[in-house]
Design a protein around this ligand. Sequence first.
Ligand code: 13P
Length: 285
Amino acid sequence: MLISLTDALAHAEKDNVGLAAVNTPFFEALAATIKVGEQTGQPIILQHAQVHEPYSPIEEIGPAIVELAKRSSAPFVVHIDHGEDIDYIAKGLEIGFNSCMIDGSLREYEENVRITREVVAMAHERGIAVEGELGVMTGNENGDPSQGVADATLYTQPEQARDFVERTGVDCLAASFGTVHGLYRQKPHLNLPLISELREAAGVPLVMHGGSGLSEDEYQASIARGVRKINYYTYAARAAYEAATPLVNDDKIFLFTNLAKAARDAVETDVRHFVDTISARVDAF
Ligand code: 13P
C-alpha cells in the first residue's frame, strides 16, 4: 500500500527510528526491497534517482515501482530521488510517485531557493511532500570509483539551513555532514554535533544521503540526532554484483536468470540488515 512521506516521517519521529530509502533502478532490487518491507512491516521508501536514467528510465521502472508498492500489504512511499529539474519531477508525479526531491544543491544558493520553492508549490498543491537539499555531498550512485571522500568545506551551514527551510517550505532536508555517495574510499567521519545543530535550525526531519557503507553505531548516532530518512543504494548494488559475478565462471550456468536470482537474494539480505539496523528504536547515543 502507498503511504505519504509525511506519514512515514511522523512514524519515524514518534518512534525515534530511521526510514530506509532504497534506490531500486533494477527489477531485482525492487522485488527484494518489497519483500523486505513485507517481512519487517516497516515503512520503506522506494526511490528512483534521475541519475539512473541511462540504466533505467523512469517511464519503464517507475510504473513497476508504483504498482508493486500499491499491491503490497506493506507500507511504501514512492519517491523521486535527486530530481534535477521541475519537468522530471512532474513526469514522475504523473507516473504515480507520491513524494519527491528537488536537488538544487549544486546551484547558487538563491537559485536553489527559487527552484525548490517552485517544486514545493507544484507538489504541495497535490498534497505531496518535498525533500530539498542544501550543502554538497560528493560522489554519485553510478559506481564512479574516483569518488568517495567527504569535503568538510561543503557541509551544510545551520543558519543557512534555517533560512532555506523557512523560505522554501520543504518538508525534510538533505544535508551534508560527512557522508558521500558511492563507495567510501576512506572511513567516514560524521560530524555528529553538526547533525544536532542542523536539526534544531532546520526544524524539519533530516535526510542522510550516501547512507550505505556506514557502521551500525554511525546509523544509530545519526538517528538519535534527528536523521529520519536514510538513502541507500551502492552497497546493495555491489552485493548484487558480488553474488552474481562468480556464477559467470560456472560451466553449468548459462542463463542470465540465475545471475538475476543471485542478485535478488543478495539485495534482500543486505537491505534486510539495513532496515533491521535503522528501525531499532534509539533512545540515547
Ligand atoms: P549510496 O549509493 O552511497 O548508498 O547513496 C544513496 C543515495 O544517497 C541516493 O540518493
